[in-house]
Design a protein around this ligand. Structure first.
Ligand SMILES: CC(C)(COP(=O)(O)OP(=O)(O)OC[C@H]1O[C@@H](n2cnc3c(N)ncnc32)[C@H](O)[C@@H]1OP(=O)(O)O)[C@@H](O)C(=O)NCCC(=O)NCCS
Length: 152
């Protein structure tokens, strides 16, 4: 498994990635994430997930972003902004690999905490994140549950 930057050669395949139809409300399409990466280049870290030559997913981290500047301008956070594993590739450890890769990137920049938010509904990714060690902070962000993983 490995991560690759989005390039002229692979971006169309990336736009074709999709989760299961019943998961469509859980994560924005790749095209929206790439638009956000264009608009917020200083914070966004988009990467494609490959297993050998097979494209299996997309992730986008946020790095040192002002979380809620009106509330606390010093509260800057890093974490996982988007994670989509292709419908036919789920359940093979790619999601776990993606979380580990983002944790490594945050650590390499001196960070010690990794945040993620998710849709709090049955069938959503909460059990996945709790299994990987995230805990609930008790916060909500835009109606989503906020999870935190302390990086050691
Ligand atoms: C959630 C998602 C990223 C998980 O990716 P994945 O590659 O299928 O997960 P993995 O195979 O790495 O699973 C890692 C562990 O979590 C468990 N797990 C994964 N999804 C789970 C779920 N929905 N409920 C319970 N456990 C789950 C796996 O069983 C595995 O446990 P194990 O190591 O004991 O076998 C993927 O299902 C997905 O893209 N979902 C749709 C979009 C989404 O919800 N993205 C997150 C937005 S915040």
């Amino acid at each position: 498994m490995r991560l690759e930057k989005v390039t002229p050669e692979n971006y169309e395949a990336a736009l074709g990635l999709s989760v299961r139809p019943d998961q469509a409300d859980l994560v924005a399409p790749v095209v929206k994430s790439l638009a956000e990466a264009y608009v917020f280049p200083e914070y966004a870290w988009p990467r494609l997930i490959y297993d050998g030559d097979r494209l299996v997913g997309f992730l986008m981290a946020f790095l040192d972003i002002p979380w809620d500047p009106d509330k606390d301008p010093d509260d800057r956070r890093s974490g996982l902004w988007r994670l989509s594993i292709a419908a036919d590739a789920q359940g093979n450890g790619y999601g776990r690999f993606a979380v580990g890769a983002v944790a490594d990137e945050i650590r390499s920049r001196g960070g010690t905490r990794m945040y993620v938010t998710w849709e709090p509904r049955d069938g959503g990714p909460e059990p996945f994140y709790l299994k990987l060690g995230f805990r609930l902070t008790g916060e909500q962000s835009g109606g989503q549950t906020v999870g935190l993983l302390e990086l050691s």
